[in-house]
Design a protein around this ligand. Sequence first.
Ligand SMILES: NC(=O)c1ccc[n+]([C@@H]2O[C@H](COP(=O)([O-])OP(=O)(O)OC[C@H]3O[C@@H](n4cnc5c(N)ncnc54)[C@H](O)[C@@H]3O)[C@@H](O)[C@H]2O)c1
Length: 353
Amino acid sequence: MKIQNYIRFYKNKKILITGNTGFVGTYLSLSLKLMNSKILGYSLKKKDQKYISNTLDYKKKIRTIFDDIKNIDKHETSIKKFNPEILIHLASQPLVSESYIYTKKTFETNILGTVKLFELVKKLKNLKNILIFTSDKVYKNINQNILNENSELGGEDPYSASKSSQDIISNSYKSSFFRNNKNIFIVRAGNIIGGGDWEKSRLIPDLFISNNKKKNITLRNPNAIRPWQHILDLTDAILKLIAIKGKKISDRSIIYNIGPKNKKAYKVKNLIQNFINKSKFIKISYKFKKIKFREKKFLKISSNLIMKDINWKPKLNLNEAIKITSDWYSNFYTKKTKAFNFTENQIKNFFKY
Ligand SMILES: NC(=O)c1ccc[n+]([C@@H]2O[C@H](COP(=O)([O-])OP(=O)(O)OC[C@H]3O[C@@H](n4cnc5c(N)ncnc54)[C@H](O)[C@@H]3O)[C@@H](O)[C@H]2O)c1
């Protein structure tokens, strides 16, 4: 979609974004701010100072309430005063590995947090469009099929189970309370790459952090196949989806997978090798290590439905996604341009401002 159309829809819209201090939330917040939306964030502070949300530039642009999602009812007055028209819910414990260690916390944040949020949403009369970001891991995925929106739900590890629950609960609120007055979009996407992600147990941050320490990266699941996609394509899909489908209220949840362009299955080790081959900045190699916890070997989703319904398609192929991700981290470590400005420039270039 042309940027002018986005600006027409998003200009002056009041948008509440939970999880706005994280990787995905930062891109959505900055992109919407560039489209002249009014943003209120609700998140915990990221402890790692490298996050863009910890820069002064970000804090100046994006107002955030810092608290646990489970306490969102305590902020009813300020949120009512802000009077959001759109809600994007990202606040979650987002890691499979952490969910094996902090299982109760994962369920509390991802499930109870979502319920607390929806209870507040019932009181927000002007809120018409709600987007819940679950995951491609919501599916049961027992066979090596390509998963579509009708595939059976049933994540097995605690993170995946919490996201399946988030998905089902969101659908329940739509059918039970918001049938005629609010849209609920449920998007299932996975394995997003791009600059500004610093989660240590994720592949790409791990690659660049290891490179900075001049240590080879250890791959725990080298043959796992994942639908890699760039954060800017995902941002574009979410913005286009709300702008197109958010104009009238649908009587059921609007559910879409969002995945990459390449039909080719891509293994973890091939992705890393590709980064190493293409980026002069990366000087390390990789080694393998067996993991103690289970992760699915094969995960491939079909995005045909969203492509057909709203005529969205990813703009970046895998090589382009790798290039702009490498550029981001290489700029971060060489400190040529401020990370905040570099990110905004990548957003502007992508949306052709
Ligand atoms: N990055 C991916 O590849 C990916 C893939 C599929 C789904 N997702 C989903 O996207 C969303 C954002 O993930 P991300 O990659 O930006 O992760 P992230 O860790 O960078 O950000 C998570 C955000 O949630 C907030 N948060 C975590 N626990 C909270 C709590 N108890 N109370 C309030 N806020 C809390 C954090 O402060 C942060 O703002 C999550 O829902 C995640 O499950 C991400």
